[in-house]
Write a protein that binds this ligand. Structure first.
Ligand code: TRP
Ligand code: SF4
Length: 408
């Protein structure tokens, strides 16, 4: 399955989530959303609003969550995240995530959670909050449940999130190891084969025989393709047939892989990383006048006191904007003009302000349409959450059955 990662039109599943932090800014756009826009055309994507995640740190002030959710979703839609292509859901509308989280918590070693590097880091950083809670410690498990519940193949992550994904993989493996050796596996696999249809089932059995008796790798590969491309199987039956082929028993929870993605660091107005907590952002729905005002008053190279003083773009946050927005000729014009005092800072800024305005204009326009039509936004999220839920229900059926609490 994983071998075809780079194929377009792939049926591989991608899962990602975002905490509802409210209206998004250029940092989110260039750092995350542009990547999502690409992914939604290449994979079967599940994008979730992680509202329970917000509660792991902000349980004391939950009153902003709802507004933050809708603001964030409007921005997703406004940049072009397309509910016709990707499944957009709200975490708390998919209660199967909570059930999976609970069931997995029974077998999650405390030490694994305590050792996640961001756990101690975040606790230190958010000193003004009391994060000695069960929910906060369990955050990587909650993220794991988000991912595993939709059977994701790939999770786009930056370097910093890799440990989270690693724990997800380990937890899936541990779960499979504990509960995967279901009684009657062979019979179930044979029953699953029948669901392929008579002809395909015969082929599957033949290919399996060629592989298990003669070690024919190409037969294994063909059988895998046959199984993964069949439309008649549940995920559980697919996993059984794949396990039956390889002789490994059944996989209940599918181990996701990291889709390592470069997440460009977007510089804020003051030269630090763009972040709401630094108050140095340009939001995606920022009014044009405000964009201009904020950028015109950006600090520049402190050595350029007078127009006649030459500057060094490397010491100027405006240059970071040029690197992101300007073509090569413009960047050359900036570099030469700045280092020789040939251009003034306002000229330099105006050139990039224009680019930012061009980028934001259509986003702001689409956002306004959604703002004027909140019912449509809600309907999109109801529908998407239901779609995510129907996948999640299938996973939970398998999970309950594997543990033996399906009561049939
Ligand atoms: N952990 C991410 C954050 O804090 C959000 C998130 C929640 C997520 N569930 C996820 C990311 C699943 C990837 C996959 O921003
Ligand atoms: Fe910064 Fe441009 Fe002024 Fe140079 S000319 S200091 S790059 S704003």
């Amino acid at each position: 399955m994983r071998e075809h990662v780079n194929n377009p039109g792939s049926n591989l599943r991608v899962m990602s989530g975002m905490r509802p932090t409210g209206a998004l800014h250029l940092g989110h756009y260039h750092g995350v959303l542009k990547n999502w826009l690409k992914l939604q055309n290449e994979y079967q994507c599940f994008f979730a609003v992680a509202d329970w995640h917000a509660l792991t740190t902000h349980y004391e002030d939950p009153q902003d969550i709802q507004k933050n959710v809708w603001d964030m979703v409007i921005d997703w839609l406004a940049v072009g995240i397309d509910p016709g292509k990707a499944v957009l859901s709200i975490q708390s509308r998919v209660p199967e995530i909570a059930e999976l989280h609970l069931l997995m918590s029974m077998v999650t070693p405390l030490g694994w959670l305590e050792r996640v590097p961001t756990y101690k880091e975040q606790k230190e950083k958010l000193k003004d909050r009391d994060l000695s809670t069960y929910g906060f410690l369990g955050y990587p498990l909650l993220m794991t449940a988000d991912i595993l519940v939709v059977n994701a193949d790939l999770v786009p992550v930056g370097e910093d999130q890799l440990p989270h994904l690693e724990i997800s993989r380990e937890l899936a493996r541990r779960f499979n190891h504990l509960f995967g050796n279901e009684p009657g596996f062979k019979e179930r696999a044979e029953a699953a084969a029948k669901k392929l249809g008579a002809k395909q089932a015969k082929l599957y059995n033949e290919l399996r025989r060629q592989y298990t008796e003669q070690g024919d790798e190409s037969a294994l590969e063909r059988a895998r393709v046959l199984v993964t491309e069949s439309r008649n199987l549940t995920k559980g039956d697919q996993e059984r047939l794949l396990g039956h082929l390889a002789g490994t028993g059944r996989t209940i929870l599918h181990e996701p892989q990291a889709l390592l993605t470069e997440t460009p660091k977007v510089t804020g107005l003051d030269g630090q990383k763009m972040s709401k907590s630094y108050g140095n952002t340009i939001s995606l729905r920022e009014a044009p006048e405000s964009v201009e005002k904020k950028m015109r008053t950006m600090p520049t190279d402190p050595a350029r006191v007078r127009r006649s003083d030459p500057g060094n773009p490397e010491k100027c946050p405006v240059w970071d904007f040029h690197k992101m927005y300007s073509d090569e000729d413009t960047r050359k014009w900036v570099w030469e003009g700045c280092t020789t005092a040939g251009i003034g800072c306002i000229d330099c800024k105006m050139s990039v302000i224009r680019k930012v305005q061009e980028e934001l204009a259509p986003i702001r326009e689409r956002a306004a349409e959604y703002e004027a039509n909140p019912e449509r936004v809600r309907a999109i999220m109801v529908e998407g959450s239901e779609a995510a839920r129907s996948v999640a229900k299938e996973t939970l059926e398998e999970v309950r059955q594997a543990i033996g609490i399906n009561y049939r």
